[in-house]
Design a protein around this ligand. Structure first.
Ligand code: SAM
Ligand code: SF4
Length: 413
């Protein structure tokens, strides 16, 4: 059996060669172990009941993933739900096929921890990274955003850190999804992370969605009204940049690593105060995460997309997707084996098209940087062409004008 690093080398080689049929498996897996959640955080689709038919991933689907789990270098075991609530999450975690070198990542609200679950988390042989979503440094803000008690989740983080002792496994991070309501708690959040003895802090921006989507999120909680459109920090760029800079500085003072999810995406660079953000020494590269658009790469071309060679996303319904940016499913584990889907016609077509530097037809409605960039390039080309057409029409009008003037002159002679 190949190891994850041998598999990753084959993935790399297959991508570079533009192979369409692969001997290797994906090196990155995203497994949506559940779409059920016990909380209703205001910015999450669960808050507006927008998660369709929430369910735990059936055990039969997880069973079909043993072969690929054994080859994965990275596996994310959560989607839009709470992994600790899901039997599928626990059976994936305990799957003996997972290699000890595999990086297993989860985001969790950690509200459902108990002694049994704690023991299971501590027993994981692979490199487990637990990123606890907290979003607040005060009870009031936590209750507003997450609708639960901060004290409970903080106690659970403390238990987790204490139970792992000197082993430093699992790795524990805490994170904030930022908005107007919590941005001023970024510094206290770093201080809380330091007090709790976790391994680092992640900051994420709330997704800037199309207006009609954001307008759906208007939520009354106690004496507070949440309006997604207004809470977005794109409305408060200077404040956001200042608070984040202060948080980075506090992290540096305390020796608390901060992993802003791609600085380019986190800081607003179109307001003057920010551009000066220097990456402090304590900011380290985030651990390798599932593939996806890395902000900042200029003009990415279709051939730069590695997803169909290295990544697979599996939903609770057993659907297999090549990425999470809008490409449709390429198969379903309820109908076929993973191997059949991985080298099936749909996947081979994606690989062929990308290696020929063309956006695959299936991806045309996607929102990844490759599709967006290709769309932009096409629009620019169309614009250039129409400008060229206009100039040509102008030139012809000019020639015609000259010709008519010539005729006129001849006639007048
Ligand atoms: C959907 S949750 C699922 C895992 C788990 N239930 C949790 O809260 O961590 C994964 C991450 O998405 C973040 N999130 C939720 N809604 C978001 C939004 N509108 N924009 C950006 N991130 C969001 C959460 O804060 C969390 O860190
Ligand atoms: S805990 Fe996670 S999945 Fe649940 S509502 Fe909050 S952000 Fe969404």
């Amino acid at each position: 059996m190949r190891t994850p690093s041998e598999n990753a080398r084959l993935v790399d080689q297959a991508y570079r060669e533009g192979a369409t049929r692969l001997e290797c498996g994906p090196s990155i897996l995203t497994i949506e172990s559940t779409s059920i959640c016990n909380l209703r955080c205001v910015m999450c689709p669960h808050a507006i009941d927008a998660v369709q038919r929430p369910k735990h991933m059936p055990g039969s689907v997880i069973d079909k993933l043993s072969g690929v789990l054994a080859l994965a270098s990275e596996a994310q075991l959560h989607g839009i739900g709470e992994p600790l609530s899901s039997p599928a999450f626990w059976s994936a975690l305990e799957n003996p096929a997972i290699h000890p070198d595999c990086n297993l990542n989860i985001n969790t609200n950690l509200t459902l921890l108990n002694d049994r679950k704690l023991a299971l988390l501590l027993g994981v042989k692979a490199r487990l990274k637990i990123n606890v979503s907290i979003d607040a440094a005060t009870e009031r803000t936590y209750a507003r955003i997450r609708g639960a008690e901060l004290g409970e989740v903080v106690d659970n983080v403390r238990k987790l850190v204490a139970a792992r002792g000197d082993r430093q496994r699992p790795i524990v991070y805490i994170n904030m999804t930022l908005m107007r309501e919590n941005i001023e708690e970024a510094v206290p959040f770093v201080e809380m992370a330091h007090r709790l003895g976790v391994d680092g802090v992640f900051f994420f921006q709330m997704n800037h969605q199309p207006p009609e989507q954001m307008e759906r999120y208007r939520i009354d909680r106690d004496d507070w009204h949440f309006d997604y459109t207004q809470q977005g920090l794109w409305n408060f760029k200077t404040l956001s940049n200042r608070c984040l800079n202060e948080a980075l500085e506090r992290g540096r003072q305390l020796g608390m690593p901060l992993f802003p999810e791609g600085l380019a995406g986190l800081f607003f660079d179109d307001v003057p105060a920010v551009t000066a953000v220097a990456v402090p020494a304590v900011v380290q590269e985030p651990p390798a995460e599932a593939a996806g658009p890395t902000p900042g790469q200029a003009n990415p071309e279709p051939r730069d997309c590695r997803a169909p060679w290295e990544w697979s996303l599996i939903t609770t319904n057993g659907e297999v997707l090549p990425c999470c940016y809008g490409a449709p499913p390429v198969g379903n584990l309820n109908d076929s084996s993973f191997e059949e889907i991985w080298n099936g016609e749909a996947m081979q077509t994606l690989r062929k098209s990308l290696s020929e530097n063309r956006i695959p037809k299936a991806c045309e409605k996607g929102i990844c940087k490759y599709v967006l960039n290709a769309r932009l390039a096409r629009e620019e080309e169309e614009f250039r062409r129409s400008e060229a057409d206009k100039a040509e029409a102008e030139r012809r009008r000019g020639l015609r004008g000259l010709a008519l003037a010539g005729l006129d002159l001849l006639r007048r002679r």
